[in-house]
Design a protein around this ligand. Structure first.
Ligand code: GLN
Length: 452
């Protein structure tokens, strides 16, 4: 009951849950108690994990925080949630997200904005928890849940983790199955966990990961014991500091924190190397072509016929239009329009194909850097959490700039983690990011633990 009571008590302030399921939580917790009593505890026995609302949980409404999926109750379980329950974790709630995971602030959920449990010093102003997995990060940061799940398509686990003082992990592409998760941009979507410590995040990643024949892009290899990498010495590791991440106009506090991170790793015996990722500045533009292109195709299935809500029209086409017009929020409509535009005949070569070429070059940049170093250290975000409403109404580009340091790892599919590394002048948390070679989450966890 405890976690459910805490969730219900916090919900009016934080608005981070869209479903709270006391009955199921109790049943699962009691089953866990029995196992513990019999000495048969599994790695996450009895541990509450909040589920981002795009993971299908059998028999529980799953909407990806969109009106268009209102009333959709899956008859199947996503692989990520199934893996967690098989490891003993307890389901108690679905967490709100930016609609269809499109956003960096958790202001576009159909259930309204999520509130960050952190406040600036002496201020009563509510801040965003970051997005799109901000419902999960708010629930963990507020101490309600031990862990949370998210998906990271362009930063949506790492950025909200940084904004709420948590650890957020985006594993290698294919490490965690996408089966049963509502798709945004399939080639960029990475399920992963949020947690309070690097060790907790390593345990959750280990339990969520694994080959899944139901996801054709799932990695077939064994999952290493990521927990064992936590606390391992970083002595002799080569850590790259990419000069292109030193952006004009970056706040001094972020610059300072980054320099401190470098010093901590040096003190732990790592060797610091300057590296260059020349294509960095093209990552965001490429992302905002590829992600909407894939989204426009993925979201075509929401037509009012197969799932969720329907608005009846005069005929079939009219029904599609009315359903999609009413069911999708503005940001989602914007993405679908951009996506269909860049994929349409005559523009495909100029935009989509060009973006794919840039993607390949960005991957080559990373490969070249990882020829010289074992890990890269960068800030996670260009700012700390901002007030609710302060960016949503400005230009979308300003919102998109939140992802400037995070999208590159999605484009390349390499693992990346955000670790809470300090507070800004307002007393708000800031994160540092560690990026490593594909499938080398172990080095990522070791370096991250050295920064904790
Ligand atoms: N903020 C980015 C976007 O809006 C990334 C979102 C995500 O990672 N799901 O597309």
């Amino acid at each position: 009951d405890f976690v459910v009571d805490a969730a219900e008590a916090a919900q009016p302030d934080l608005n981070c849950f869209c479903v709270i399921d006391r009955e199921r939580a109790l049943a699962m917790a009691m089953a866990s108690d029995e196992r513990i009593a019999k000495g048969e505890a599994r790695p996450l026995e009895g541990v509450p994990v909040a589920m981002k609302d795009l993971f299908a949980v059998e028999g529980v409404e799953t909407t990806a925080s969109s009106n268009i999926l209102k009333g959709f109750t899956p008859t199947y379980e996503s692989t990520i949630s199934a893996n967690l329950w098989n490891a003993g974790a307890v389901f108690f709630a679905k967490t709100a997200m930016d609609e269809f995971a499109m956003g960096s602030s958790n202001e576009t959920a159909c259930t309204g904005p999520v509130v960050n449990p952190w406040r600036a010093k002496g201020s009563s102003e509510n801040l965003v928890p970051g997005g799109s997995s901000g419902g999960s990060t708010a629930a963990v940061a507020a101490g309600i849940s031990y862990g949370g799940t998210g998906t990271d398509t362009g930063g949506s686990i790492r950025q909200p983790a940084a904004f709420t003082g948590l650890v957020g992990v985006k594993p290698t592409y294919g490490r965690c199955s996408r089966w049963g998760a509502v798709a945004f941009a399939s080639s960029l979507d990475h399920p992963g966990p949020v947690a309070k410590t690097v060790r907790d995040s390593a345990i959750l990643t280990r339990e969520m990961a694994g080959h899944d024949p139901k996801d054709s892009t799932s990695h077939p290899g064994e999952v290493p014991d990521f927990e064992a990498a936590v606390g391992k010495s970083v002595k002799g590791l080569r850590i790259g500091v990419p000069k292109e991440y030193r952006m004009d106009g970056m706040p001094d506090e972020i610059e300072k924190l980054w320099a401190e991170g470098v010093e901590w790793l040096k003190a732990a015996g790592a060797e610091i190397v300057d590296v260059s990722l020349p294509l960095t500045k093209y990552a965001l533009p490429a992302y905002y072509i590829i992600a909407p292109a894939e989204a426009s195709s993925n979201l075509a299935r929401f037509d009012g016929m197969r799932y969720g809500a329907r608005v009846e029209g005069e005929d079939l086409i009219d029904t599609y239009e009315k359903t999609r017009g009413a069911g999708f929020g503005h940001e989602v409509q914007r993405r679908v329009l951009i996506g269909t535009y860049v994929l349409s005949a005559g523009y495909y070569d100029a935009y989509y194909l060009k973006a794919l070429k840039v993607r390949r070059r960005i991957l080559e940049d990373f490969n070249a850097a990882f020829g010289k170093v074992d890990a890269l250290l960068t800030p996670t975000t260009p700012s700390a959490a901002f007030p609710i409403g302060s960016k949503a109404d400005a230009s979308p580009i300003e919102m998109y700039l939140n992802d400037i340091f995070t999208v590159t790892a999605n484009i390349a599919g390499v693992p990346a983690i955000s670790v809470p590394a300090g507070l800004d002048g307002q007393g708000l948390p800031l994160g540092l990011q560690v990026i490593t070679r594909a499938l080398d989450e172990e080095t990522m966890f070791s370096v991250a633990a050295a920064l904790e």
